[in-house]
Design a protein around this ligand. Structure first.
Ligand code: CP
Ligand code: NVA
Length: 303
């Protein structure tokens, strides 16, 4: 494996291996001596958008494995693709560090970084995809459901980067997903087709959240206003009314349904405080598992 840009590009066996390694590393976390397999290795972390989980969990993952990380804000380097072309940035960074992780607006920025870098490139979220999140989510589902095979996820809300990566994870790893979105905010047809080509009848779309959750093992939601969409906030909040994950919606699902959210959660909008804090919520396990999945990923790419 050279880069980690999209789950759709990764062989199933590799994804399963990463999940096994994540679980093993998690079980050993804090017990006995650290595995310092990345001693002397350096990760560059480029962020065009804010981050709590991704930034800190990658930094901790590198440190835990004996390596180090450098955080780079676009303004530090005169903007990504502004002061110098992305292809030059990729080649220069590759001469200094062992791996580049980037969170960008345009997906093309990360594919161009990967095309010209001579070290592995990791997608830490683009407008299109969030693969590290989806893999940490699968690890979390695996911990809470006996078998991930056949697990039914009802994704309520925006057919966005998080939904798209989750759809590819479902297709690769034998889960099913129904995405309930308001008209105009559905997961794009191309993604649904691609996921269903990987594995038939994996992903479907509806405009009815009540029906989507009826037989769900997991209810998953994400913000209605992703980073970069702040100007559309008012319109989006109006358009998504009726798509909130609240106690009433959860009541329509099986009693042991698990509630997931990649976080940050905007309580009172896509989800209520009550549901976020309920015993069914496994959101903080998801957040923790970012660290364990990324330790496995870094070990695989750089170890
Ligand atoms: N879920 C997630 O990626 O969080 P951050 O934006 O805080 O990194
Ligand atoms: N869809 C959200 C995910 C945040 C982790 C965003 O892109 O802002």
């Amino acid at each position: 494996m050279r880069n980690f840009l999209s789950i759709s590009d990764c062989p199933v066996e590799l994804l399963k291996e990463l999940l096994r390694t994540s679980a093993r590393l998690k079980s050993l976390y804090g017990v006995g001596g650290n595995d310092l397999c990345l001693s002397g290795k350096i990760l560059a972390m480029l962020f065009e958008k804010p981050s709590l989980r991704t930034r800190i969990s990658f930094h901790v993952a590198m440190t835990d494995l004996g390596g180090s990380a450098i955080y780079i804000k676009p303004e530090d380097i005169g903007g990504i693709g502004s002061r110098e072309p992305i292809k030059d940035l990729a080649r220069v960074l590759s001469r200094y560090v062992n791996c580049i992780m980037a969170r960008t607006f345009e997906h093309k920025t990360i594919t161009e970084l990967a095309e010209y870098a001579t070290v592995p490139v990791i997608n830490a979220l683009t407008n299109r995809l969030h693969p590290c999140q989806a893999m940490a989510d699968v690890l979390t589902i695996q911990e809470h459901c006996e078998d991930i095979k056949g697990v039914k996820i009802a994704f309520i809300g925006d057919g966005n980067n998080v939904a798209r990566s989750l759809a590819f994870a479902c297709a690769k790893l034998g889960m099913n997903m129904v995405v309930a979105s308001p008209a105009g905010y559905e997961l794009d047809a191309e993604t649904i087709e691609k996921a269903n080509q990987i594995s038939a009848e994996t992903v479907r779309q509806t405009n009815d959240p009540g029906v989507a959750v009826l037989d769900a093992d997991i209810i998953y939601t994400d913000t209605w206003v992703s980073m970069g969409q702040e100007e559309e906030k008012q319109k989006r909040r109006a358009d998504f009314a009726g798509f909130q994950v609240n106690a009433e919606l959860v009541k329509s699902a099986p009693a042991n349904v698990k509630i997931m959210h990649c976080l940050p959660a905007y309580r009172g909008f896509e989800i209520t405080d009550e549901v976020t804090e309920s015993p069914n919520s496994i959101m903080f396990d998801q957040a923790e598992n970012r660290l364990h999945f990324q330790r496995a990923l870094l070990k695989k790419l750089l170890g």
